[in-house]
Design a protein around this ligand. Sequence first.
Ligand code: CA
Length: 217
Amino acid sequence: MRILLAEDDPQFGESLEEALTLEGYAVDRCLRGDSVLPALALAPYDALILDIGLPGSSGFAVLKQLRERGSLLPVLLLTARDAVSDRVKGLDLGADDYLGKPFAMDELFARLRSCLRRTAGASGPLLRAGELQLDLVSRELSCKGQRLTMPVKELAVLEVMMRNHGRFVPRARLEASIYNWDSQVGSNTVEVYISHLRKRLGSEAIETLRGVGYRLL
Ligand code: CA
């Protein structure tokens, strides 16, 4: 899952970015409000974590423009702890949820998962695709009831395919889910992950359509 984080505080932003990365998300960070929409146009993001107080353009203004454009991207607002009016305004402008600073990282993760779940159309914490089942909280994966373990990025690729079960997912979409701007994207990296996944799940589990992408069957 690829997340855009808009937070101007250097230390806080960096620690958030680190924590999210360790949790298995690919994270890019914007330091200004007016760079959020251009950044969103560059890559397919799964969610936006948006601070209200940003230079250039406030989080409110960004959110308003985003929704006016018809975007359904899940947005988690970061507000001051006691600013009830900010929360109300944010929700009215189309935020999916908010968190008052300071907050515990575990709560941020839980709210982010909840935002992502709502847009995936799943009602519970389990993502199912055929015989695969992924617990979105513990990140435990099972196939036919058997526990499967794999590296974080490989699981990230599989998760995107599970969310699009039966549909072809463009290679660029899979790349975006595992890399952020800082990472080197090897030209065959997605192919390597797909080949590992085929070894685990069976060679028939993933179909390749040359020039289009991959489909989990
Ligand atoms: Ca700020």
